[in-house]
Each structure stands twice: as structure tokens, then as C-alpha cells.
Design a protein around this ligand. Structure first.
Ligand SMILES: *Cc1c(COP(=O)(O)O)cnc(C)c1O
Length: 372
């Protein structure tokens, strides 16, 4: 008996998606940093991406990187190039220098702290400077890049590995020919000004795929790296959330168990105030309906990001209950219901201790993680 709720993860499909994207981007001379942040440092996910040929792993949480680095299940993980893709907190520089090879940075104060720590640990830490190109999340303003580089290259035990940008995360600004050319030009200017060479010019995330794959090689310019998570995990591009041709969109499936199934009125009875999570939409009276409750809730996933199977509709959710309406009456207690997830639902479910993880490889269960 395997616990519910659980995520079933098909590592063969994951491997296929990663292999495809690595190959398609390779044609444009772009390497893939496989982003694992939605998977809570899952060793299974990380090893699968490495097996598929990503050039390294990226994660926003140093604790995930530490978990992957210290895994003794796959030797590849100890040796893999690991990139912290969120600017380090000052309070974690010791861990960053210890476990990450590269970190993405925007604050000189942090890079100075990384330098001090790297000297202390007798290591060289590599830095990517992130540049703000319109999306208004992290990034050094383009005009401040050269003065920042000047300071970074003078710091002991710090190596300027490259520059990068991140778009389409906060404001939805699309990567396009113009902003990618701007990043390329900045790379050239840094190199000629300081007579150095930048190994990595990292153009962005899954939202860059359309730009990268529909361009001829010349237009990719200096961009030679993308940090890709969602497109590998869910097989979708992220600007319009359309499936990517030829990729699997069902690597992950959330399975939850029915704990109640009854005929109930569709209309609540009594005076209406707020519910557990705030205001509720008014309900239309549809007479008696088949209400089905599943033992999964907001603590486990994002109910708004679940795609229910045919004949079932989600009508409400609280911490631990998912309320659904069924078109037919033969939904029974103990029965399992399977959902496809969007990125938000996946992120929360993969990082919830309450959701068991069941990994399949070569059509066989290869690993199960259950909490409690
Ligand atoms: C999350 C993240 C990525 C990966 O984004 P996806 O949409 O999952 O491909 C890349 N870079 C940074 C800085 C991120 O925070």
C-alpha cells in the first residue's frame, strides 16, 4: 500500500524531455543548466537531468544544493557543477562557498563576503553577475555593470565566470532579439574593457526557449547557457504555457484519495461570511449534486493549478480537503483520483512533506519517499 497523497514521477519521461531540450539547444550552441528548485533537491530528478547531458544543476536554495552534493547514491552528483541561481543571503555565504561552484549575484557586498569566506575555505568561488534587462526582478542596472565588474575582478578567490539575466519571472517581459542582443553586447563590452573572457553568458530560463529555438545561430549571439526547469519538468513553454512539440507533459501526476462521497445540496445553508481562506464566490443552486472530498489540500498543493480528470470538477479547497463535484454517483471512498499539475501545484506538492514521492524508472518503482 503506497501513501496518498503522492506524486508519481516518471523518470524515463523526465529523461526524454531533458535529452530533447539539451539536444535542440545544443544545435544553437547553448548549454542547459538543469534547474531543480521545484523538486526539493530530489536526487532522482537531479541524477536524471545529469544523465541527459545538462552541463550542470541550478537551484535557488543552497539547502537543496547541499542535499544533492552530499548524496551518496550517485557519484555524478558529487562532481556536478552546481549553480546557486538566487543571490546568496549574507547569512549563508559559508554554505554557498562550501557547496556551490557558482552563484548568481547582484550585490557587491555579498560578493565581498563570498570572497572573504572563499579565502577562509581556501577555495575559488565563481560568480555570475545578473543584469536587469526589463523584468524588474534581480539584476544590476546595465549602466552599473562595468563598475561592478571592476570591483569583482579585484577580489581574492573570486572568479568572474560570466554574466546573465532573468526575464519573464516578475513582470512577464519576454526574451526577444533586442534584450538578448543587449546582453550579448554587454558581454563584449566587459571583455574588451577588462581584457578577460566570460565563460558563461546565461540568457534566462524556460521563457527563452521560443527565442532560442526559433532563431538562427547568429541571433543567439554570445548567449551560450540557459537555466531550464519548468520546460523539462512539465514539457511546456512558459510564455503561453503551451506544450512543447514532442515533449511529455505528464512526467508528474498527483494522486489523492477519496474520503467522502455523498449527495448534497449545491447551495450552502445559513448566513454567509468568510470561509477558512477568505471570501467565497456566490454559488448557483444546481439542486442536489454528488460531492466528493479528497484528502489533499492547500498544505499539499495549489488546488487552482490542478487539472481534474473528466467528469470531476474542483469546487473548493481548504488546508486538508479538496471538494469536488462528480457527474456520476459511482465515486467511492478509498478510490484514487489522478491530477495533472501546473508549475505552482507541482512546486508546492514536491516541496510538501505530506506528499509522498514515488519514482518510476524503466516502468518499475525505483524509489519511494514517505514522511511520518
Ligand atoms: C527559477 C529560475 C530559473 C528556471 O526557471 P524555469 O521557468 O523553471 O525554467 C532560472 N533562473 C532563475 C534565476 C530562476 O529563479
Amino acid at each position: 500500500m503506497i501513501a496518498a497523497p503522492r506524486i508519481e514521477i516518471d523518470l524515463d519521461k523526465l529523461h526524454f524531455n531533458a535529452l530533447e531540450l539539451v539536444a535542440r539547444l545544443h544545435e544553437h550552441s547553448i548549454a542547459v543548466t538543469g534547474v531543480t528548485k521545484a523538486a526539493l533537491g530530489s536526487i532522482e530528478v537531479a541524477s536524471t537531468l545529469l544523465r541527459a547531458g545538462v552541463s550542470g544543476l541550478g537551484d535557488s536554495r543552497i539547502k537543496n544544493i547541499r542535499a544533492m552534493r552530499l548524496s551518496d547514491r550517485d557519484g555524478r552528483l558529487n562532481k556536478a557543477v552546481m549553480m546557486l541561481i538566487r543571490s546568496p543571503m549574507l547569512s549563508e555565504v559559508e554554505l554557498v562557498v562550501m557547496y556551490a561552484d557558482i552563484s548568481c549575484n547582484t550585490e557587491i557586498e555579498v560578493i565581498e563576503a563570498l570572497s572573504l569566506e572563499a579565502v577562509k575555505q581556501d577555495r575559488v568561488h565563481q560568480v555570475i553577475l545578473m543584469v536587469e534587462l526589463g523584468d524588474l526582478r534581480e539584476g544590476i542596472m546595465p549602466d552599473d555593470l562595468l563598475p561592478t565588474v571592476a570591483r569583482v575582478i579585484g577580489l581574492p578567490n573570486i572568479m568572474l565566470k560570466g554574466i546573465g539575466t532573468n526575464l519573464a519571472c516578475r513582470s512577464g517581459v519576454s526574451p526577444d532579439t533586442a534584450n538578448m542582443a543587449e546582453l550579448s553586447d554587454l558581454a563584449d563590452v566587459v571583455e574588451t574593457t577588462f581584457e578577460l573572457s566570460l565563460d558563461i553568458v546565461s540568457g534566462g530560463n524556460s521563457a527563452n526557449l521560443q527565442w532560442a529555438l526559433n532563431n538562427d545561430d547568429n541571433q543567439a549571439g554570445r548567449i551560450n547557457n540557459l537555466r531550464i526547469g519548468e520546460a523539462i519538468l512539465l514539457g511546456c513553454e512558459t510564455l503561453h504555457r503551451q506544450p512543447i512539440d514532442g515533449l511529455h507533459t505528464d512526467v508528474f501526476t498527483l494522486v489523492a484519495e477519496v474520503i467522502e462521497s455523498k449527495q448534497k445540496p449545491s447551495l450552502p445553508r445559513g448566513e454567509i461570511a468568510q470561509a477558512a481562506f477568505g471570501e467565497v464566490e456566490p454559488v448557483v443552486d444546481r439542486g442536489l449534486v454528488r460531492e466528493v472530498i479528497l484528502a489533499v489540500g492547500i498544505q499539499d498543493t495549489d488546488p487552482e493549478g490542478l487539472q481534474a480528470p473528466g467528469g470531476l470538477r474542483i469546487t473548493g479547497a481548504s488546508s486538508d480537503h479538496l471538494v469536488m463535484e462528480s457527474d456520476n454517483n459511482d465515486v467511492n471512498v478509498g478510490q484514487e483520483v489522478a491530477f495533472q499539475m501546473n508549475y505552482s501545484a507541482l512546486l508546492r506538492a514536491m516541496t510538501s512533506p505530506y506528499v509522498a514521492k514515488k519514482y518510476k524508472l524503466n516502468d518499475e518503482v525505483c524509489s519511494v519517499n514517505i514522511f511520518g
